[in-house]
Design a protein around this ligand. Structure first.
Ligand code: PRP
Length: 183
């Protein structure tokens, strides 16, 4: 879907499809350079990372494997508890392997902070993070993400994997949701 298919649901497009693809091309060439000759496993975090993973992986000029995790916040019913539960674990053993976590967004940072620690405890050669978006103003914990596409304001964004009530993930761009949709 394009923004034009969204009627009045969007306030504005924040990052266009072209901007996303151009940035992913840059990140892919950095990643390919850095991991050349290494055994790299891309770990996508469902569901938001599906689009980034699909596009980024295809732009890489080196062999990689792909695996997926699904996690969910525990307790409180809010995303910000920082306690995470694994709904789907990796199929792969990561001992001595280079792992790159692929995410759509670092928001509070709590999910990735937990995930990185969890993966690091499994004895990999390295764990790094690639996120298309980061909201610095929403950070509850600092995340050292090696590859970040765009820093964005603390607005309600959807598209390119990001949802509101499971919709808008298939929007090609990243856009600010109009408040009337969620109020
Ligand atoms: C989103 C996103 C990250 C997490 C970031 O996933 O994909 O995994 O939130 O938030 P944080 O930095 O505040 O921890 P979400 O839990 O919405 O699940 P989804 O990917 O299935 O939409």
């Amino acid at each position: 879907m394009d923004a034009a298919h969204m009627g009045a649901d969007l306030e504005r497009v924040l990052i266009s499809e072209e901007q996303i693809q151009a940035k992913l091309t840059e990140l892919a060439s950095e990643i390919a350079r850095e991991y050349d000759g290494k055994d790299l496993l891309l770990v996508g975090v469902l569901k938001g990372a599906v689009m980034v993973m699909a596009d980024l992986a295809r732009m890489l000029t080196i062999h990689v494997e792909m695996d997926w995790m699904a996690v969910s916040s525990y307790g409180q019913g809010t995303k910000s508890s920082g306690v995470v539960r694994i709904l789907k674990d990796l199929d792969t053993d990561i001992v001595d392997r280079h792992v790159l976590i692929v995410e759509d967004i670092v928001d509070s940072g709590l999910t990735l902070s937990w995930l990185r620690e969890n993966l690091e405890s499994r004895g990999p050669a390295s764990v790094e993070i690639c996120a298309l978006l980061r909201k610095p103003e929403a950070a509850k914990i600092e995340i050292d993400a090696k590859y970040v596409g765009f820093e964005i304001p603390n607005a309600f964004v959807v598209g390119y994997g990001l949802d509101y009530a499971e919709r808008y993930r298939n929007l090609r761009s990243v856009a600010v949701l109009a408040p009337h949709v969620y109020q």
